[in-house]
Design a protein around this ligand. Structure first.
Ligand SMILES: Cc1ncc(COP(=O)(O)O)c(C=O)c1O
Length: 322
């Protein structure tokens, strides 16, 4: 595979591994000798159903997803899920309430959207700045809440959870759009995991939802069919025309992660990349700690070597301009 000449640190849609891109290119015009490509394929065909099932099997294996969870691929982005979550789950609470932990712009948007459908309680005093997670023992959790929502990695603000909160019997809903498959996750601790694919696991157009079975089937009557977890799990994500090419590409990325050592290898790689950049930032005497500057995203497809080049550039830029 030809090495890209540009290093891509885009925030999402983001870099896709070149071997995945090459395979997609190879299969673009003729998928497995069918004489046409996935873009042109019926979503009801045996070949496409095989693509969906294979992606689900690989994801289940990669994240060690227990048998009592379902996987669906939906449209509408992670933002669509900001509505889907309350529409499908708020009925679990007798008074239509849910708890939200708001640690950045994405969880703030999710809470704002959920307010259209029920009573949303932000469990901690409003933060002036999104730079850390308020201490868990300061959260005012409601034992009757339908769910507790948080964003596992606030992409814009850089706040990542390194623990799974203790919410008692109240199910946890987590947005993992920007860190899914970058570290091992104990899925059994979650009620629902949502993730837009365009950063870590594929391309724009498809959103992954992993949901515990007992949380399915509580949707409000107003819930649009395309966002209805019950309908979509019953129909294997094929209630209507799915984002077929995006699901296919996600399948290729999942296979690539599996072939390159799975989540354990990926998390080692991600830790090494973070270490490279944060050590430059933390040793910069404040040069790289002020607001502004540039943004570089180190999603799964970005290599350690590429990250090293960025770290080197940051060091030389600092030496020149500090
Ligand atoms: C953590 C997180 N949640 C939600 C979103 C919104 O996703 P989408 O654009 O797919 O709606 C993003 C980024 O785009 C994100 O980083």
């Amino acid at each position: 595979v030809e090495k890209p000449t540009v290093i891509n640190f885009n925030p999402g849609p983001a870099k896709v591994d070149p071997t995945v891109m090459a395979q997609a290119q190879k299969e673009l015009l003729n998928y497995r000798n069918l004489g046409f490509g996935v873009l042109e394929m019926s979503h009801r065909s045996a070949e496409f159903i095989d693509i969906v099932d294979k992606a689900k099997t690989n994801l289940k294996e990669l994240l060690n997803i227990p048998d009592n969870y379902k996987i669906i691929f939906l449209q509408g982005g992670a933002t669509g899920q900001f509505s889907a979550v309350p529409l499908n789950l708020l009925n679990l609470s007798p008074d239509c309430t849910a708890d939200y932990v708001v640690t950045g712009t994405w969880s703030a948007k999710a809470a704002k959207e959920a307010e259209k459908y029920g009573k949303i309680n932000i469990v901690h005093p409003k933060l002036k700045k999104y730079t850390s997670i308020p201490a868990e023992d300061s959260w005012q959790l409601n034992p009757n809440a339908a769910y507790v929502y948080y964003c596992d990695n606030e992409t814009v603000n850089g706040v990542e959870f390194h623990f799974v909160p203790d919410t008692g019997n109240v199910p946890i809903v987590a947005d993992m759009s920007s860190n899914i498959l970058s570290k091992p996750v104990d899925v059994s601790k979650f009620g629902v995991i949502i993730a837009g694919a365009q950063k870590n696991i594929g391309c724009a157009g498809v959103t992954l939802v992993i949901i515990r079975e007992d949380l399915i089937g509580h949707q409000m009557k107003e819930c649009p069919a395309v966002l209805d977890y019950k309908l979509q799990t019953d129909m294997n994500s094929l209630y209507n025309t799915p984002p077929s090419y995006s699901i296919y590409l996600t399948g290729l990325v999942l296979q690539w992660i599996k072939n390159t050592g799975g989540v354990t290898a990926m998390s080692r790689k991600c830790a090494a990349k973070s270490q490279l950049i944060y050590s430059v930032i933390n040793n910069s005497n404040g040069f790289y700690q002020s607001v502004g500057g540039i943004r570089a995203s180190l999603y799964n497809a970005v290599t350690v070597e590429e990250t090293q080049q960025l770290a080197d550039l940051m060091l030389s830029f600092q030496q020149e301009h500090a």
